[in-house]
Structure formats: structure tokens, C-alpha cells
Design a protein around this ligand. Structure first.
Ligand SMILES: [Zn+2]
Ligand SMILES: [Zn+2]
Length: 174
């Protein structure tokens, strides 16, 4: 099995039922049912790859020969892509990506990442975050925080419509 990114480097299995790794680029190939702990691996080249050669920017072929893999965007602090082969279910992690996934609650349920509903939810959360951030910067911290606290309090209040009407009345007709 060849590395999908280096294309000439042979992938090495790190132990029984363990993921395969590429010692050249530090990528990891995880087959369904493999153990998912981080393999103790050494990467031969310590030199940082030039930015134009970022392995995350290109989609690779399944090392088992099933053709092009499908990407899924992960919106952590710095977004990145995981790749999966739909035929064998193998998942490719570029160097460092497994460690980032392992810090989230996604590691136990990797396949959900490729579901349309998860991707939709992720982008909705991202939209909400940027919407809130925009309002925080326009309104200023004290007003924003007070409003969010109020929103929290009113969210489940049976008379929230009345509360909104009162607020509007107080603001518009002082
Ligand atoms: Zn490689
Ligand atoms: Zn495959």
C-alpha cells in the first residue's frame, strides 16, 4: 500500500490491527475496526514541507486501490480536511490531524463527519459564532453580555413575548 500523498512511499503497519503510517509525511491510514490509539511513529524528515506542498490541500487516492477519496471539512480553530474511501471505509489523516481529532469527541464516531447532517450542523454553528462575534464587536462587550444573559433568562419564560414588547416600548418611547 502506497501513501496517498507521497504516492511512492510504502505505508507501514505499526502493530497488529494498528493503523498504517507513512514515515515520509507522517500521515496515517486508519481502516475500520483498527485500534485508534496514536501509533508511536517516527517521521524521517524533520524539515517542514513548503506551504505549496501542504498535503491537506490535495485529495489522495485510496491506498487500497479504490480510487479518489472524499473529503470532509473539520472546522476547528484552523479548518482542515479528512479523507475517506467510500469503498473500504479507510480514513486518511495528514500529519497532526489525528491528534487534533483525538482532542475532540469525534474520535469515537468518525464516520459521522461525512454525514450531510453533521456537516450542515457544523456550518450552522460556525454561522452562529460569526453572527455573535459581529454583534459583540458592534454593541460592545457590556451590552452584548447583558443581552445574552437576558436572552438566556427569557428563552424559557412563558411570557417572553410580553417581555419583548416591554423592552421595545421602553427603548422606543422613553
Ligand atoms: Zn506520505
Ligand atoms: Zn479503499
Amino acid at each position: 500500500m502506497k501513501c496517498p500523498k507521497c504516492t511512492t512511499t510504502e505505508l507501514k503497519q505499526t502493530g497488529f490491527n494498528a493503523p498504517y503510517v507513512c514515515e515520509a509525511c507522517g500521515g496515517m491510514w486508519l481502516l475500520p475496526g483498527s485500534r485508534t490509539e496514536i501509533p508511536g511513529m517516527t517521521v524521517e524528515s524533520d524539515e517542514e514541507a513548503p506551504a505549496t506542498d501542504n498535503p491537506d490541500s490535495k485529495t489522495g487516492l485510496c491506498p487500497s486501490g479504490h480510487g479518489i477519496m472524499i473529503r470532509a471539512r473539520i472546522d476547528l480553530d484552523e479548518p482542515f480536511f479528512l479523507e475517506k474511501c467510500t469503498a473500504c471505509g479507510g480514513i486518511w489523516f495528514d500529519k497532526g490531524e489525528w491528534q487534533r481529532i483525538a482532542e475532540t469527541n469525534l474520535a469515537d464516531n468518525l464516520s459521522v463527519i461525512w454525514s450531510a447532517s453533521w456537516q450542515r450542523k457544523q456550518s450552522q454553528e460556525k454561522n452562529r459564532e460569526s453572527f455573535l462575534a459581529m454583534n459583540r464587536s458592534l454593541l460592545g462587550d457590556p451590552v452584548f453580555t447583558a443581552l445574552m444573559d437576558l436572552a438566556d433568562t427569557l428563552k424559557s419564560h412563558p411570557e417572553k413575548d410580553r417581555a419583548l414588547a416591554l423592552l421595545q416600548r421602553e427603548i422606543i418611547q422613553p
